[in-house]
Design a binder for this molecule. Structure first.
Ligand SMILES: [Zn+2]
Ligand SMILES: [Zn+2]
Length: 914
């Protein structure tokens, strides 16, 4: 049974599923659409089709006397639901840190969905509640700014409740409230409201829904999630969920009746951009155009870009102007709408810690930013408006509703500036690609796949190609395809499970009870293949969360690896021979305490460094991944650029300050929802937690993370942390390698002894080593200079004698070959150059011993190189020596490693010269 059959099933029993008390009370009648056969409820006796086939009848004549801009539309909604006993919850981040399968929050209900095992569960922080949830979606980018209603970022008003928990309600009250919101809150007449029957199917749960429309515009959809399972095998959920989602952009638009929803939803931003750009268009033409687009754009298909183009043709005809004239009129407005949307989305994403990049969710962010920059360039506005200024305008307006944006104003500006300057520096390369495309015939035949390749390899957006006049329009499927390539995260790989452990009870984890337990007794529950042992309880920490496993012994047999499979800890043993413990036997386990201690210090140091990095660099810093072992730790953080030495030092200083302050490390288990509310989603540094309880590691407010690893009791135990290396490992990710505790001391000692031996070699002391080194370098430089001068003097007589010594071959070539273990390439280059100057028939070949290998240097005189090229000799000789070489006619070089083939190589050269 698919969605259609399910809809038919629910609609066949409307009294059970769709009829709510409001319909009776108000006298709504149920009708079947005479065009698509959907059922709907209306007060209008004469109406015989559903709102899907209705034009937007509110543009220019809104069905209410209230005029609510975006922020005020929210304030009205908030007021209404608060008065009706709903808790107003602050928005969740647009970066979806709590679901592994989503980069971005795509709907309000996602806020409350958590995955346990393979099941989606609902966790509500209050009941009932309303949340103004910003959602990001990148599947309709090409329509944004053009259609009047598409966005990459929009606010979904989520009215959510658990019907079976205290405070909960079901469909009668839900529709009563929504109807009240529309009539009392927005001031819309009851006669203008239509409810349409529909179904909603999600992962593991589904239900029926009533969508509500006013004058052709869908404002919201109340989903009654009553069943769990799939459509063929389902039961009533013990906790039924109301999930009503309404578009705040639409609430505002219906009351304002502006030609596009952008005109009212970006507050003063559009008007200011119009002023700044000096955009001056006949308002009447503009209004007529966007009204027509809104009226005619097929509601149901969402409108692809080609249909918008078709519409433009049609509308131009109606208005008696050419398509070009019309485009010239509307293009600046389309541009302003598009840019406003894109930058608003970026304001939220960057505030919530995402970075534009080439990977993961950052991908879409860079796409829209580059699109906005490209549009600014195309319209000649790049010197008039900067993207960070647009971001400021948005924040100025939205902070009334989302005060947290103010805290991130500077971070947002920093990232936008940085990305904009990267874009402008990459334009040079983009221009050269564009030039070669223009000159080749291929430009005309560019497919969507070609365009995607151009974006992936050179960062070239179709908007840029439009700007260059290479393509006429952005294919409607481009952004959709691109988004598909980058929407869901790749789930982490899991190793092959060991069979036969399914029925075992969860292992009791002694390391959580008390981390200092290193000796314990336990009963053997299972032995698999003579090498995997499962106990009823264990103090061995299994590999997980980037922390390396413990090692040690069980009954004197070595434990080499410890893993966790579901709730069962598996110990892998090695070299047990005949001493492998038997099932049911009681055994004694010993954890290698020193190793555990070192790993634990590196682990807690990771937390300290992570927060130090965020404090030193910016709020976009999150842990990307981490690895902790005995001798060192590794922390990958999200950051936009390579770290400078100063930044590394700053992080190090902060981290060591936290260590010296000796903060207690408090570990407590919380209900997941409570932890999220109390500490925010910052707790998910190490990824999602797939259980309803989370273990929170709190370094006294400095760093708070959900973490299952082992930790020191207070930061002072770490002793010292030293960053040994920092490296940008991929776009948007920087790796810090560090040592902590005793490993840090050993590292310092090692550095110290290296320094001591350098000092000794320089005949200096540690204190004066830099001074002595500088002097030694100066001496070496002076010596080189002297040598070069000497070489100039002696090169003439040496070159003469070489010419005399050279073999005079029948080919007319004078060949000189030598193998040198003493003099270096500088010498042979100087001599070779001089020699072919004096003897135009000369070929000079020197093989110079260099460390493990041989360097090949070839010169050919003006006459000689007409017969044989220096590059050819270098190539053949090098290849004989097991390497490679090349060059030009006059000079060739190369090298190889086979010192045993020097004679052969010299003979080969002679052969070639003959
Ligand atoms: Zn219909
Ligand atoms: Zn941890």
């Amino acid at each position: 049974m698919g969605k259609k059959e399910l809809a038919a099933l629910f609609s066949s029993n409307p009294d059970r599923y769709y009829k709510v008390s409001l319909f009776d009370k108000m006298g709504f009648t149920r009708k079947k659409c005479n065009r698509c056969e959907k059922f709907f409820w209306t007060l209008d006796i004469a109406r015989d089709f559903c709102p899907d086939h209705e034009n937007y009848g509110f543009i220019g004549k809104p069905p209410t006397n209230k005029r609510l801009d975006y922020v005020n539309a929210w304030k009205e909604t908030e007021k209404f639901f608060r008065a009706n006993d709903h808790k107003i919850v602050r928005r969740y981040p647009v970066v979806c840190r709590w679901r592994e399968d989503l980069y971005f929050t795509i709907a309000s209900i996602v806020d409350f969905q958590r995955v346990i095992g393979n099941q989606v569960v609902f966790e509500l922080p209050a009941n009932p509640l309303v949340v103004p949830q910003m959602c990001l979606r990148f599947n309709d980018i090409e329509n944004v700014g053009l259609s009047g209603r598409h966005y990459t970022g929009f606010c979904m008003i989520g009215q959510t409740c658990n019907a079976d928990a205290p405070g909960g309600y079901w469909k009668d009250k839900c529709i009563d409230l929504d109807f009240g919101m529309l009539t009392k809150g927005l001031g819309i007449r009851a006669e203008d409201i239509t409810f349409v029957e529909d179904v909603w199917m999600g992962a593991g749960a589904f239900g029926y829904s009533l969508e509500y429309f006013v004058r052709g515009l869908e404002l919201g959809n109340a989903v009654f999630t009553e069943f769990e399972g799939n459509e063929n095998d389902y039961r009533v959920m013990p906790n039924k969920i109301i999930d009503m989602g309404a578009g705040l952009e639409r609430f505002s638009w219906i009351t304002m009746g502006t030609p596009t929803s952008y005109d009212c939803c970006f507050g003063p931003v559009v008007g200011k951009l119009v002023d700044m750009t000096g955009t001056d268009t006949d308002q009447e033409v503009l209004t007529r155009y966007f009204e027509s687009v809104s009226l005619k754009l097929d509601n149901k298909t969402g409108g692809s870009s080609s249909s918008i183009r078709d519409l433009k043709l049609l509308i131009a005809k109606e208005m008696n102007i050419s398509e070009e004239q019309l485009s010239a009129f509307v293009a600046p407005y389309e541009a302003i709408y598009t840019i406003s949307d894109h930058i608003r989305t970026l304001v939220f994403a960057i505030s919530d810690g995402a970075l534009p990049s080439n990977v993961g969710g950052g991908y879409n962010l860079r796409v829209i930013l580059r699109r906005a920059l490209s549009i600014l360039e195309r319209l000649g506005w790049k010197n008039t408006i900067r993207v960070e200024d647009i971001a400021e305008l948005h924040i100025d307006y939205l902070r009334q509703m989302y005060p947290e944006l103010e805290d991130h104003r500077q971070d947002v500006k920093t990232i936008l500036q940085l990305e904009a300057s990267r874009y402008s520096s990459s334009r040079e390369r983009m221009n050269s690609v564009a030039m070669s495309l223009k000159s080749s015939k291929k430009a005309k035949e560019l497919t969507v796949d070609d365009l995607i390749r151009l974006y992936e390899s050179d960062g070239i957006t179709p908007d840029f190609l439009m700007e260059q006049g290479i393509v006429q329009n952005v294919p409607s499927t481009f952004y959709t395809k691109l988004a598909e390539l980058h929407t869901s995260q790749v789930s982490s790989q899991s190793s092959k499970p060991i069979a036969g452990l399914e029925d075992l009870p969860p292992t009791k984890l002694l390391y959580y009870q008390d981390e200092s337990i290193h000796h314990f007794h336990a009963k053997v529950l299972k032995v698999v293949e003579g090498k995997y042992i499962v106990l009823d309880q264990t103090a061995f920490y299994p590999r997980g969360g980037g922390q390396e496993p413990d090692t040690g012994e069980i009954e004197g047999v070595k434990v080499v690896e410890v893993t966790k499979q579901a709730d069962v800890v598996v110990h892998k043993i090695e070299g047990g021979g005949g001493r492998i413990p038997a099932e049911e036997q009681t055994v004694h386990g010993t954890v290698n305490g020193r190793r555990r201690d070192l790993i634990t210090k590196h682990h807690t140091a990771t937390h300290v460094l992570n927060s130090a990095s965020r404090n030193a660099l910016g709020s976009w810093v999150w842990q990307n991944s981490a690895f902790k072992e005995e001798t060192y730790g590794r922390l990958d953080i999200t950051h936009h650029s390579t770290l400078t030495r100063e930044e590394v030092k700053k992080i190090e200083r902060m981290a060591n300050w936290v260590i010296r302050e000796n903060h207690p490390v408090i570990i407590k288990t919380y209900d997941r929802g409570d932890a999220e509310q109390q500490f925010s989603f910052r707790i998910y540094q190490g990824g999602i937690v797939p259980t309803s309880n989370v273990r929170i590691v709190n370094i006294n407010g400095w760093d708070i993370e959900a973490c299952g690893g082992t930790h020191v009791k207070s930061t002072g135990e770490i002793g010292l942390v030293k960053i040994v290396k920092s490296e940008r490992i991929q776009d948007g990710v920087v790796r810090l390698e560090f040592v902590a505790g005793e490993a840090a001391v050993s590292y310092m000692q090692q550095l110290d002894s290296q320094l001591a031996s350098i000092a000794q070699a320089l005949g200096s002391s540690r204190e004066k080593v830099v001074e002595s080194f500088d002097k030694a370098m100066q001496d070496a430089e002076a010596t080189k200079k002297k040598l070069r001068a000497m070489l100039r003097v002696v090169s003439v007589p040496i070159a003469k004698s070489i010419s005399e010594q050279a073999k005079k071959l029948d080919s007319g070539i004078h060949l000189y070959t030598t193998y040198d273990e003493e003099l270096d390439d500088d010498y042979h280059i100087a001599i070779g150059e001089k020699a072919i100057e004096l003897d135009k028939h000369l070929v000079y070949l020197a093989l110079v011993s260099k460390g493990q290998g041989i360097r090949v240097i070839v010169f050919a005189g003006e006459a000689a190189c007409k017969k044989v090229k220096a590059s050819a000799i270098a190539k053949q000789v090098s290849s004989k020596l097991g390497g490679s070489g090349g060059g030009d006619n006059r000079f060739g070089q190369g090298g190889g490693k086979s010192k045993d083939r020097i004679r052969e190589a010299l003979l080969l050269a002679e052969e070639v010269a003959r």
